[in-house]
Design a binder for this molecule. Sequence first.
Ligand code: ZN
Length: 267
Amino acid sequence: MIGRLLLAFLLALPLPAAALELSGEAIQGGLLFGQTLPGSQVRLDGREVRVGPQGRFVLGFGRDAAPSARLTLRDPDGREEAVVLTVVQRNYDVQRIDGLPQTMVTPPEAVWDRIQRDAALVAEARAHDTQLPDFFTTFRQPVEGVVTGVYGSQRILNGQPRQPHYGIDIAAPEGTPVAAPAGGLVRLAEGDLYYTGGTVILDHGHGVSSTLLHLATVEVAVGDRVAQGERIGTVGSTGRSTGAHLDWRINWFEERIDPQLVAGPQR
Ligand SMILES: [Zn+2]
């Protein structure tokens, strides 16, 4: 892919001062993994990024990330280095769905408070910045099945533009076990959020989290530590959903990441 070529070219340039290795892709919806000297300070467009005890870090690029980003490093001896990353820009599908009951497009006023409360819980669960090392693994699709909805698509419901789709939808029968895509700490385990029904958020460390939506059953609790592949619940159609499927999202803090760019082959 063009992104890999640009990055390979960029990495081939000599870096006279700080030590830096990057892997992954600087692309909208992608995660880029870095290795530098432990004790270094790393910033992406001015935002400080956690560097682990082995010098590892991770950067995320949201759906609409700008075409370039500035990565700055300051090593333990105070040497500074700046790298301009070229962020590959993507085109997204437009999905038009017409003839929906108006209550599915604009929620009734009676649930607005509940929607706000749900959104605050979710935002808080994704804001943690911990030293957990689980982000540094190959993610695995949490259920087997055909991907029926992709990341980034713009949704136009009854002619009104709505939030893009940030997850991937995987078709699977009701009751299929859902496995943790990577190890992590359970930050949210709710049985009935308004839009997303049974919802689990796993913290994989350094701001990387997975969100699993529309679950029929939630089988973990906040504070549980789960290993990659461990069962966290089952596929359902809870919340505002029109059929059994798993919607899997990945975040880097508030930035939305494309699970299909991060996951390895199906289990
Ligand atoms: Zn979905």
